[in-house]
Write a protein that binds this ligand. Structure first.
Ligand code: UD1
Length: 433
């Protein structure tokens, strides 16, 4: 049987039948270390396809999506070995170039093998992904960009079929700074012939992380961290050892949990500069914050005050923290307007939050939240990773018991979610349904 470390794959899938039982009321107290970022590690695992041989990633989070990506790489002919927070990936001289629907449908991030497979194999057949249930999430920018680099791309029977004997450098302006499209085009461009200029790219810390890893593999990339990346194609890359950047969204989730429960939590292993806006918002809500180079302590002694937020690409407010902030606003003093600019379906979860008594009205891209002094526990269903986190946070302050269904979503993105919260003093347990 296939396994990652000692964990058989079928066992990890069995987690889907579990629920979280949360009883509200305990303030969170203590220290928590943040693992590597989900939104970085998956792309870094895909980027190893660009060089034959063994690459090593460290600070890898123990999450379901890493298991799925490892399985996908194995299907492409790689050996993947995980022990602790370290993953060794051995890429063959000629990987397979087909990513099948049965795996891709479990995780949208699977699309990130498209660029490196095309660059390495001259062809890539990748199923059009499913994944998070948060909106339409098109692939047009990935496809248009690859065409500009000289690829022929068709969409047939649910697969993107891309072909190019030799990609060639091009000038590409993205319509929107898409994280995924930036990564696909970057990974395709590093071994393309000549110069590629990518304008209006995403600037997320996870993009900086993949740029750094590619440079260590021998790629030539200028403008890292800016909205224009200039890539000089090289003939080949070599394997690398790389430490995954820490997960700012996980760190932000624990910070909101501390504030909502009127506790005091120290979050270590993450640079607070990557969370500037969310932490500022928590201070506006009434929290006390002290920051260090690689961590921060946040505490709260009163009911939070409502804060408006507007989600935007980095360095704007991250959409991946929007549900957690809606949860906080639902018990805050006052009313807040939250504007979601990235994923239209992300407000779906407010229907579940309303089951706990939250007063949230949505209209298109906007949600108006009128804070209540109390929520009351109820059964709720997580519809995506961050919605799941938001619902658990609401459960941590709701009166009585909240049962959260759909926890497989949370498992996809948060390592040891229940263990961390228990360690911080929360009354939460994972139980079979
Ligand atoms: C990544 C993150 C996700 C985060 C998001 C925005 C991973 C695995 N996921 O998702 O957690 O919420 O960045 O920070 O890293 N779009 C198009 N056409 C395209 C590409 C994107 O219309 O070709 C649209 C999407 O529908 C969405 C917006 O652009 O409305 C942002 O998407 P994008 O930045 O690409 O997000 P992902 O890479 O999917």
């Amino acid at each position: 049987m296939d396994s990652i470390g000692n964990r058989p794959i079928w066992l990890t899938y069995d987690a889907q039948v579990d629920v979280f039982r949360v009883t509200g009321g305990a303030p969170l107290e203590g220290t928590v270390a943040v693992p590597g970022a989900k939104n970085s590690v998956l792309k870094l695992m895909a980027a190893t396809l660009l060089a034959p041989g063994t690459s090593i990633l460290t600070n890898v989070p123990d999450i379901e999506d890493v298991t799925i990506m490892a399985e996908l790489l194995r299907r492409l002919g790689c050996d993947v070995d995980q022990s602790g927070d370290r993953v060794c990936i051995t890429v063959p001289a000629t990987p397979d170039h087909r990513a099948d629907y049965d795996l891709v449908r479990k995780m949208r991030a699977s699309i990130c093998v498209l660029g490196p497979l095309l660059a390495r194999c001259g062809a890539a057949d990748v199923a059009v992904p499913g994944g998070d249930n948060i909106g339409s999430r098109g692939l047009d920018m990935h496809v248009d960009g690859l065409r500009k680099l000289g690829a022929v791309v068709h969409n047939e029977h649910g697969y993107l079929l891309a072909e190019a004997k030799q990609l060639s450098g091009a000038h590409i302006v993205l319509e929107f700074p898409s994280v995924g499209a930036t990564e696909t085009l970057l990974m395709a461009a590093v071994t393309a012939k000549g110069e590629t200029v990518l304008e209006n790219v995403a600037r997320e810390p996870e993009i900086v992380d993949i740029c750094r890893m590619l440079v260590d593999m021998g790629a030539k990339v200028d403008g890292i961290g800016s909205s224009t990346l200039t890539v000089q194609g090289v003939q080949e890359l070599h394997p690398v050892e790389h430490r995954v950047v820490s997960d700012r969204i996980v760190a932000g989730t624990w910070a909101v949990a501390a504030v909502m429960t009127q506790g005091r939590v120290t979050v270590s292993g993450v640079a607070p500069k990557y969370l500037e806006l969310p932490l500022e918002k928590l201070v506006s809500a009434g929290a006390e914050l002290s920051v260090e180079d690689q961590g921060f302590t946040i505490s709260m002694s009163e009911r939070p005050t409502s804060v408006d937020i507007v989600t935007l690409p980095y360095p704007g407010f991250p959409t991946d923290l929007q549900p957690q902030f809606i949860a906080m606003n639902s018990i805050a003093n006052g009313a807040a307007l939250v504007t979601e600019n990235l994923f239209e379906a992300r407000f779906r979860f407010v229907q579940e939050l309303s089951r706990l008594g939250a007063d949230v009205r949505t209209d298109g891209h906007h949600a108006l939240i009128r804070g209540k002094s109390e929520l009351s526990g109820a059964p709720v269903e997580a519809t995506d990773i961050r919605a799941g986190a938001g619902l658990v946070l609401a459960g941590l302050v709701a009166k009585g018991e909240t049962i959260v269904y759909g926890v497989s979503h949370i498992d996809r993105g948060y390592a040891g979610f229940v263990d961390v919260l228990q360690k911080l003093g929360a009354d939460i347990a994972r139980v079979a349904e």
